[in-house]
Design a protein around this ligand. Structure first.
Ligand SMILES: [Zn+2]
Length: 676
């Protein structure tokens, strides 16, 4: 039996041959690809030749490419199109991959060669990119235990294997709990306030399950409209408590012990490597550099945002009082926010939807990318996709040069995790003079088309699409020699700059006029609606900021201190939230047990980076505002200093080249309306 994953992909642009891949191909492909990668590494470390940059550092970066491709295909599918079988394989191969990675990082012969190059690097006349590559390489050895004793090395390996299993389980539990809940409504009275779009989606969902009435779930496109519009408070409470108690039910899917195990193992790992805390370990390789810088940054914003947040909370409470609500609760938040927004702006989010037909928004983001970065997108049908919902595009520049393949997967379905993300099926690198272009994918969970209507996005969904597309630009325009420094392979607190920067175009008339057209009449979005979008973008900004800061502070509390004394997840979380909470605590809810960003994903000690990147994007966009949002020269500068450069240089150096000065908090606070 031939395994398509192990063949050369004989496909257009060497894209992943999804139609030929069967689930049972993955495990043997991993085994074989790991074996091959091990041979490549052995070839480098056992070489009879003395170490050179080329035969060691560069050779390492180009090793294991087959394994990389199989891994990206598999783990991308595990996020976007998973099932029990795939999850089981993930559980099996994750420890294999961790073991392989650790074997490289704990390979003493290899380390000796890398260390030799590192020690003489200044005499080698390396390019900036090569300098970064050798530093990263050396540090990744040291940070993975290369200087440890034999005993400590094996301890470290055990911790890493355990951690990778725990993180996977954490994510599976959250997904299982999300899928386990459905709110089946048969009494029409309980639907008061809900817009037609939400009702129709709920009706279709019920129909699919052969049930009468309406079904609501914890998937965002179902959950958010329910919380925003459902007038019956008891039902909002039921939904909110279900949402907030994922993996906090003392059942098989409970994540409390997993949270404690993860933070304790991370702390132990940091100690073993000579760092006092996990946060100190992580931040060594961040733009922020130290936990103190992060805490000062969060506290500064907290001081400035809190008075505004309290005022906003009071206006919500006042409005709720008119409905006889004495104490505003968490499940009232979206509902009264929307109501207040209507009162202040006479503005219904739903009124925007007709102007944001998904296809028009996609055209819009393509046109904007063309105006800024000379990209051309052509939908193609001759490459394999992994689900019928997925669209594929060939991306070229205006001279016809091939830039990238782009996949786009927009709608929720079973087996796809919540939220939106960008990922890649193939990286970018330059080898033997050939620039091997990337395959990028964006995955979202947008409002689905219905029997009578196309997919009409909320404005939040529009900004989400622009956000992920900003990441995709970073990936597609990558132009570096080494894959490990390419595209979004940058410091975590720098990775959100391209994504958040692109969101700014959603608020500009000049940009909206390009694509925000009524889906039935084709009339452009009225000026007054654009004005309202802009005005309302800062609506309740204090509360939003406090929420983001609360997550950042919670993250730093989990990872910036010794966890040895922590007994109870919920208690610890409540204590950590005490300066950032406006609403009463809900005792049945726990944020940490479904805080996938920091316990499953890579954001531990890094949640602050969303705000950090906002500072950068506000500061960067200020230059576009000065010169014009479609100013070619400014865009060109952003492309050549940041988008093409990936992680080849320190982010602050790249940023200085683009902006000519360091960023400050001012542009953000001003844009957010938190200072005058
Ligand atoms: Zn992002």
């Amino acid at each position: 039996m031939t395994n398509p994953l192990l063949q050369n992909f004989n496909t257009p642009f060497s894209t992943a041959p999804f139609s030929k891949i069967k689930t049972e191909h993955f495990k043997p492909a991993f085994t074989e690809a790991i074996k091959k990668a091990r041979q490549e590494i052995a070839g480098i470390s056992n070489s009879k030749e003395g170490p050179t940059f080329g035969n060691t550092v560069e050779a390492l970066d180009f090793s294991g490419q087959k394994l990389d491709r199989i891994s990206s295909i598999f783990f991308n599918l595990n996020s976007a199109e998973t099932n029990d079988e795939i999850q089981k394989i993930a559980q099996e191969v994750s420890p294999m991959l961790t073991e392989f990675a650790n074997d490289i990082r704990l390979n003493e012969k290899l380390f000796k060669r890398v260390k030799h190059i590192y020690d003489i690097k200044d005499a080698l006349n390396l390019t900036a990119e090569q300098g970064t590559l050798i530093s990263n390489n050396y540090k990744s050895f040291v940070r993975n235990g290369a200087n440890l004793s034999k005993k400590d090395k094996s301890e470290l390996r055990k911790i890493d294997t355990d951690l990778s299993k725990l993180k996977l389980k954490f994510g599976e539990n959250v997904l299982a709990e999300t899928n386990a809940f459905e709110f089946h409504i048969t009494d029409k009275d309980n639907l008061k306030g809900l817009p037609e779009s939400a009702l129709e989606a709920a009706r279709i969902l019920a129909k699919q399950k052969n049930k009468d009435g309406w079904i609501f779930t914890l998937d965002y496109p179902s959950y958010i409209p329910f919380m925003t519009y459902a007038e019956t408070r008891e039902l909002r409470k039921k939904m909110a408590v279900a949402f907030g108690s994922k993996a906090f039910h003392n059942n098989t899917y409970d994540n409390q012990q997993i949270v404690l195990d993860i933070v304790k193992l991370r702390h132990k790992r940091a100690n073993l490597l000579g760092y006092k805390t996990h946060a100190l370990f992580v931040l060594e390789e961040r733009m922020a550099e130290t936990p103190k810088n992060v805490t000062d940054f969060l506290e500064d914003l907290l001081t400035k945002a809190k008075p505004a947040a309290k005022k906003e909370f009071d206006s919500l409470a006042e409005l709720a009082k008119k409905d006889g609500i004495d104490q505003l609760e968490k499940w009232d938040a979206p509902f009264y926010s929307e109501k207040l927004k209507k009162e202040v702006f006479d503005f219904d989010e739903e009124a925007l939807r007709p102007y944001f037909k998904l296809e028009n928004v996609i055209d819009g983001v393509f046109t904007i990318s063309n105006k800024l970065y000379d990209l051309v997108f052509e939908e193609i049908h001759d490459i394999d996709i992994y689900h019928d919902d997925v669209k594929s595009y060939k991306v070229t520049d205006t001279s016809g040069n091939f830039i990238a393949i782009l996949y786009a997967d927009f709608f929720p379905r079973k087996g796809k995790r919540n939220g939106a993300w960008m990922t890649s099926y193939k990286g970018q690198w330059i080898k033997d003079g050939e620039n091997s272009r990337p395959h990028i994918s964006i995955v979202c969970n947008f409002t689905k088309p219905t029997e009578t209507k196309p997919s009409l996005l909320t404005f939040t969904e529009v900004t989400t699409l622009f956000h992920e597309f900003g990441h995709a630009l970073h990936g597609m325009l990558a132009d570096t020699t080494y894959q490990s420094l390419s595209g979004t392979n940058v410091y975590w607190d720098f990775v959100e700059l391209p994504s958040q920067l692109l969101e700014n175009w959603c608020y500009e008339k000049e940009a909206l006029n390009l694509f925000a057209k009524h889906y039935e009449t084709n009339k452009p979005i009225p000026m007054e609606l654009i004005e309202k979008i802009k005005q309302s973008s800062n609506f309740l900004e204090g509360i939003q900021t406090l929420r983001q800061l609360s997550f950042g502070i919670l993250d730093m509390n989990w990872h910036g201190k010794s966890p040895s004394g922590i007994k109870n997840v919920k208690e610890y979380e409540t204590e950590s939230f005490k300066n950032t909470q406006l609403y009463p605590d809900v005792k049945d809810n726990c944020m940490s047990t479904s805080f996938s960003h920091i316990f499953q994903g890579g954001y531990s000690s890094g949640y602050y980076s969303y705000k950090w990147a906002e500072v950068l994007d506000a500061d960067a966009f200020a230059l576009f505002l000065e010169n014009g949002i479609f100013d070619k020269q400014t865009a060109q500068k952003f492309k050549t200093t940041i988008l093409t450069k990936g992680g080849t240089q320190k982010p602050m150096d790249l940023y200085l080249k683009f902006r000519g000065k360091k960023p400050t908090n001012n542009a953000l606070l001003k844009r957010a309306g938190l200072v005058k």
